[in-house]
Structure formats: C-alpha cells, structure tokens
Design a protein around this ligand. Structure first.
Ligand code: FE2
Ligand code: FE2
Length: 480
C-alpha cells in the first residue's frame, strides 16, 4: 500500500511533495481551514486531550493509530485508497472503458457539483454538532462525538484535494466557499436541507449519525463506483471512516432504547419519564424526523440528473458489481406516484429511478438497525417496537414532497379529502409523529454533562465495551 507521510505539513499518501503548485495551494487553504475549525468546530474543548484515532495507512487492517490529541493538532490529511490496476468504468454508456485519471472536460461541471455537494455536508455536520460537547452523557460519548467531528473535517480535506488538484481556479474558489457557508444560516446556508437542521440534543445526534451519516455511506458507495478514479479512490477510504460514525449512531440509539426499557420495568407504572428516561414514543418521533430528512438527501424519485450521472459513468449504484446488467437500459422500476390525489403504481425507466434504487438499499440498511433496537425491547419482555415510517412521510423533495402522508404512507383523510382539509388534519396530528415542543423540552431537560470517568447519564445505557480494548471507565477526554 502507498505510504502515508504523516510528518509532512499536510499528511498524505498522494506524493504531494512532487506537485509544488498543488502543495502551495493546499498550504494556503490550510490556515483558513484551521481558522474555520477553531471558530465553528467543537466549542469549549479545543485545548483538551482527546483519545483519538488517526489514519496512518489506508489498508483495511491497522490503518489507525490511537493517542491523546488536542483537536486542532489532529493530522488532517489526504488519503486515497490504493489504485486498482487497469481499472474500468463499471456501468453506463462507457461501461468497460478505462477509468479517468483526470477529470474529463465534458463532465467537469457535473463532477464539480457532485464533489462540492458531498464536501459541503462534511463541515456542515461539524457546525451542527459544535455545542453538544457541553451536554455529553459520558466521557466515552464525548470522545466519540469528537472522533466523528475530526473525521468529518478530514472528509472536507478529501473533497478539497479533488477540487484543488482537478478543477483549477474554479476548484480553489469552491474550496474557499466550503469554509464560508454556515449550517442553518439563512443568508449562506449549507447546500442540503438535513445539514441545516439543528442538532439540539444527544438523541438528535444519535439519530443523525444513524440516519444521516448512513445517507453519506450510500452517497459514498455510489461515488466509489465512479469512472472518475480519483473520486472513487478517495471515497473508498472515506467509507472506512464513515463506518464508525454509523456505529456511534446505531449503538447510541440502541443504548437509549435499552435504558428506557430498563427504566420502564423499574417503574411500578411502567412510566419511563418518572424514572428520568426517554419514552419510546419520543424516540420514535425523533426516528421519524431524521429518517425523513435523510431520505430527502437522495433526491427526487424520478430524476433525469440521476439518469445522466449513471449514463456518463459518474455515479453508480451501491455495490454495482452485484447487478448483472450495468447498462440499466432495459429495465424499469415500479413506484407509487400521486395522480389526482390517489396513489397509483407507475413504471419508470430504471436509469431515471437511480435515486430510488440507492434509497431502497439505504432503507434496507436502516431496517437492519431498527431490528437490532427491537431485539433489545424483545429481550426486555416489552411488546413495544420501533419502526421506520413510510418513505412518503414528511418529505420535502421528490414526488411526495409536502403532501400530507402519515407514517403508514397513506394520505391523511383518504383520497377523497380536499387537500386543504387534509393539510390541516396533518398539522393537527403532527405532534403524534414528530417531536413536539413538549418532547423537545423534556429531552432538553435531560441534557446534563456527565464528566467523571466511568459515569453515565441516567437516560442512557453504558456501551457493551470501551474503545480499542480499553474499558468504559477510561478517561477518554482529559478535562483538566
Ligand atoms: Fe463525512
Ligand atoms: Fe460521517
């Protein structure tokens, strides 16, 4: 595997020292990045020692090194997965042709857009999470938050490297703008909706890393198939980091569920709230919210853009190898569409349904996580179960956008109900399905920092194990 030069000012395995122009450009961007990190990164913990892993190699085993690091000293850098010899484009019209080592002129604008859109999500999530450290339920969780944050910072580096190395002046300008947009700022918002939504508490954070980081996984899987080889190689390495983010989310929600189940059983009336835990219906509402916001990130169900990305070999399906027909020209995708207030099934040419194909793979993966959470409820002898809402619920993008679907995927009031009445009915019932002001206030009331090693907030179960063989009691963040 290619060596990582960790001692360089910008750690990398792309022989940056050989390309003086690129090196200079990135070295000019670096202080701006650090200024952004100090301004918009985790608030209040920049000088603390955090037990972090840093990439030191890009192969599957042992790529990471663990040690105490102050976050601004983290070795952010540029790591690409090793090249595949004689790599070929795996799908679309140019299937079988050689992969591109340099951005092809005819695809330049589209690729830049795809890279900027992916890149924008990385600093956005750091901004969304910047205050959470002050209410961390344990030092273990605090450390995991910071691990996710520094790696999202590195993902920004990954995309900025592509912009600088392949897109000339436009790329450099885009790289600057990635540091200028701000999550939730109405004047200069981040590009995608879910990345402007506030992450106000740790239940939001766990749901975000479960559902929204998992969208990231699927976008990266689709880009890892790209015929544009530098993009494929960089996203392949990002996926290894992404896995940890989803672990944080999936096990985080699992621990909330497990603790709620324990507290329900402890209370004579089965009342979780009376015991200071989070009720299952409140968990379900947060699940509904973040699942729906994350589904929107895949784009419209019927999309000519998605078709052209696929045709051009720029963005494939997750695990394209598993499909037998890589042209996707002869099949169609059957999906429910709304016609005159009714849901009817329609066949869409498969290339135009590529967003939906990717979304389906994502939904299956989410379902696996929900099943795991439900196992905890089952083991606790409780009849309650969590579930994913319909793909049509609370959508803001695509053919179901802003239509009054309930979590079962039915139009509120039925097909005969006039739209205005249905919308009013949906609004009336909103608090049954999405976190209400009361729910938010209650969850907020539980967000108190726990800072002693080995201790944990009452609403959350301890993890099954600590990090890298260390116990849960380890001092993962040194606070003094
Ligand atoms: Fe990321
Ligand atoms: Fe992530």
């Amino acid at each position: 595997m290619s060596n990582v030069d960790l001692t360089a000012k910008i750690p990398n395995n792309v022989d940056l020292a050989q390309d003086k122009r690129l090196l200079r450009a990135l070295e000019q961007w670096q202080p701006n990045y650090l200024a952004w990190w100090k301004d918009m990164g985790p608030h209040g913990f920049q000088e603390k020692d955090v037990w972090l892993r840093t990439a030191i190699a890009v192969d599957a085993e042992g790529w990471a090194h663990f040690d105490y690091v102050k976050m601004p000293d983290y070795r952010w850098g540029i790591f690409l997965a090793d090249p595949v010899a004689d790599r070929r484009i795996g799908f679309g019209d140019a299937c079988g042709g050689p992969a591109w080592a340099v951005v092809p002129g005819e695809h330049r604008n589209v690729l830049r857009r795809l890279i900027v859109t992916q890149g924008d999500t990385e600093p956005a999530s750091v901004e969304q999470q910047r205050l959470l450290g002050h209410s961390a339920p344990s030092l273990y969780d605090l450390r995991n938050l910071f691990q996710v944050n520094v790696e999202e910072g590195r993902h920004l580096w990954a995309m900025v490297y592509l912009l600088h190395s392949q897109f000339g002046r436009d790329g450099r300008e885009e790289a600057e703008e990635l540091l200028q947009r701000r999550s939730g700022n109405p004047d200069k918002p981040r590009i995608l909706g879910a990345f402007n939504a506030p992450i106000e508490n740790w239940l939001d954070f766990f749901m975000f890393t479960m559902f929204t980081d998992r969208d990231g996984k699927y976008q990266l899987l689709a880009l890892a198939e790209s015929g544009f080889d530098p993009l494929a190689r960089t996203t392949r390495f990002m996926l290894t980091e992404e896995a940890h983010h989803m672990f944080v989310g999936e096990t985080g929600v699992e621990r909330v569920v497990q603790r709620s189940a324990e507290l329900m059983r402890q209370d004579p009336n089965g009342d979780v709230r009376a015991q200071g835990g989070i009720p299952l219906d409140v968990i379900q509402k947060h699940l509904n919210l973040w699942f729906a916001l994350s589904l929107d990130l895949f784009g419209g169900e019927i999309s000519s853009n998605a078709a052209s990305y696929f045709a051009a070999g720029l963005k494939g399906r997750a695990y394209e190898d598993k499909f037998s027909d890589h042209s996707a020209l002869h099949e169609s995708y059957r999906m429910p569409v709304v016609k005159q207030g009714k849901l009817i099934e329609e066949d869409v040419p498969l290339r135009n349904a590529m967003n939906e194909v990717l979304r389906d793979a994502y939904v299956d993966d989410c379902q696996r996580g929900v099943d795991r959470w439900n196992k905890r409820l089952e083991e606790a002898g409780l009849p309650d179960r969590l579930r994913l809402p319909s793909k049509r619920f609370y959508r803001h993008i695509g053919i179901y956008a802003d239509l009054p679907f309930d979590p079962d995927g039915n139009l509120v009031g039925g097909p005969a109900s006039p739209r205005r009445e249905a919308n009013a009915e949906w609004q009336r019932r909103r608090g049954e399905w999405l976190p209400s002001a009361d729910d938010k206030a209650y969850v907020a009331s539980l967000q108190k920092a726990v800072r002693q090693p080995g201790q944990i907030a009452n609403w959350l179960a301890r993890p099954a194990r600590g990090i890298k063989g260390l116990p849960f009691e380890y001092e993962y963040v040194r606070l003094d």
